[in-house]
Design a protein. Sequence first.
Length: 247
Amino acid sequence: MTESDEQLAERLATAAGAILLKLRTRGDLAGKELGKAGDAEANAMLCRELRAARSGDALLSEEEKDNPARCDRNRVWIVDPLDGTREYGEGRDDWAVHVALAVDGAATVGAVALPGLDVTLTSGVPAPLRPANTPLRMLVSRTRPAAEAVFVAERLGAELVAMGSAGAKAMAVVRGEADIYLHTGGQYEWDNCAPVAVAQAAGLHVSRADGAPLRYNRPDPYLPDLLICRTELAADVLRLAAEYSPA
C-alpha cells in the first residue's frame, strides 16, 4: 500500500525525534553544540527521505539553503528538524520536530513530534479537544513573553503559561493543556506550518494575529505572527489583540 502524505509526515517526524533523543543520551555533547548536531542529523534524514518519497515536491527546511524555484510548485514540504534548540540542549521536554506539506499555499498535512513526551500529533488523526480550562490558560515564551499576549491574557483573566518551542506551545492547545497561543514576535514558515495543520485538523482556530489567513510557500518565508486558540475564544482574542498599543 502506498504511504499517504499524512503517514509519511508522521513516520518521519517520529523518526527524527528518535534520532534526537539518541543523540542527547550519548552524553558527549551539550548545550549549543548538542543543538547544532541534532539539527544537522535530523535534517539530513528528513530531507533525504522526503526527496526519495516525494521527488516531485518542493522542500523548504530551516536547515537547508532555500531554493526559490519551490514557489513554482503547488506542493512543498516545510520542515523544522528541531524546533526549540535551546530546550533540547537544556534537557527539557518542550521541543518538537515539524514535518508539514503545504498545498497551494495552505497548511494541508502536518505532524508534530514531541519526543520528550513520546507522542506525535498529526493532521491525519486529529486529537479530540478537551473542555476549556478554568481559568483560561495562555501560552507565552519562556524568555520573552510578548506584551500583546500579556495584555490579552490580563483582559481575559487567563493564566500565563511559559513554555519553550512554538510546536510545543501549539500542541499544548491541541492537547488541552492550554487554550490560547498568540505569538507576535516573528516566526518563519517552518516554525508553524506543521503545528497549524495539526491544530486546524483538530478543530481549533488558526490565523494571523489580525485574523488573516496563514499562507505558505511565499518567496520570503517570514511570518510575523500567529494565533492558535479554541474557536469560541477567537473573536475576543482578535479584538483584544487589535486594541493593544505599545505604551
